[in-house]
Design a protein around this ligand. Structure first.
Ligand code: PBG
Length: 335
């Protein structure tokens, strides 16, 4: 804090709040469409745009319907979309081998959209949970333990496959130790020197992921929690260690996830490292706002703007949010 003392009545903080124009002038943070990243769910089939039951207003698209996504993202000036596959159950197995299939949903979606002149980037998660029959992000041994280093080998292969299919950002969301360094090294050695790596550095074992697991179909199979790899929500020093490691291993961007309950983590990481830091307003956060909005208990639009602006205030540079297309439209029309 500055050394001068503010004292009433010389200081009356309400002076700067008395009308809209002065509030606008002293406003410290502003949400714009530049801050938005839009997560997209993919599914098999033709001509499908299915609403996800637990996420009203969010859809799974079959690949042939992605042109609609491209139009919405371009028209609304969204800079980045993130692809998440709903892998059919019959293609899932213990090892998540579908993650390495050149013809899996994500690779086919990339092939379809990346041969066009896009005005936005395409990000893909690296993790095994959309592909494993047990729903975990990594490989298991017969005691149901997640194997770190063995999983990393698969994540490296998955990353190279996504790079080959022209993903713009590769985003490991698995929380294995050491994967950023190994992926970065493999990318360097395979001539993908400019590949952007967005590390989900501080990803918590959260209770807010339920609707997402419904959307990608991993909830049915998940037999145990993810607490041995995702972070304990009681901790924040550990988040700084996670971020420090990932930055030193070659991440370009850092993600904190979930969002609104973790604003302190965003703020700490931003202040400590001054590094590009993104936040993920996750599915449960989305669905809670939608549900209360539908009941008329909150003003949905106002709450969305307030929450997304609070991410900015905490220090986030951009926000993954299922509200992206909806709120981009609102922001663009209020200009
Ligand atoms: C896991 C992953 C999760 C989400 C995205 N990727 C969470 C999980 O199942 O552990 C959740 C996103 C959301 O809830 O919106 N790789």
């Amino acid at each position: 804090m500055t050394s001068y003392l503010e004292e009433y009545p010389l200081s009356r903080l309400r002076r700067n709040r008395q009308s809209k124009w002065i509030r606008n002038l002293v406003s410290e943070n502003k949400l714009t469409t530049d801050d938005l990243i839009w997560p997209i769910f993919l599914c098999e089939g033709e001509n499908i745009k299915n609403e996800i039951q637990s996420m009203p207003g969010v859809y799974r698209y079959s690949i042939d319907r992605l042109s609609e996504v491209i139009d919405i993202a371009s028209d609304n000036k969204i800079n980045l979309i993130a692809l998440f596959p709903n892998t059919p159950d019959e293609l899932k197995n213990e090892n998540g081998s579908e993650s390495l299939n050149e013809k899996n949903l994500v690779c086919r979606a990339l092939d379809k959209i990346k041969n066009q002149d896009l005005s936005f980037g395409v990000m893909c998660d690296v993790a095994l949970d959309p592909y494993t029959s047990h729903g975990h992000d990594g490989l298991l041994n017969n005691k149901y333990e997640i194997l770190n280093d063995e999983t990393n080998q698969v994540l490296v292969q998955q990353s190279l496959l996504l790079a080959k299919h022209k993903a713009d950002i590769i985003a490991p969301s698995d929380m294995m130790d050491g994967r950023i360094g190994l992926i970065r090294e493999a990318l360097e050695n395979n001539d993908y020197k400019n590949m952007l790596l967005l590390s989900y550095a501080a990803k918590y074992a959260s209770n807010f992921y339920g609707p997402f697991r419904d959307a990608v179909g991993s909830h049915k199979s998940l037999k145990s929690d993810k607490k041995s790899y995702q972070m304990n929500f009681s901790n924040s020093n550990e988040a700084l260690r996670e971020a420090a490691l990932d930055i030193s291993e070659g991440a370009d961007l850092i993600m904190v996830k979930p969002g609104i309950s973790y604003l302190d983590i965003i703020s700490k990481i931003k202040n400590e490292f001054k590094f590009p830091t993104f936040a993920y307003q996750v599915s449960g956060e989305y669905s809670m706002i939608k549900a209360a909005g539908e009941k008329g208990w909150i003003d949905e639009d106002a709450v969305i703007i307030e929450q997304l602006t609070s991410f900015k205030r905490a220090g986030a540079d951009a926000i993954l949010t299922y509200f992206a297309p909806y709120i981009a439209k609102t922001l663009n029309s209020s200009k």
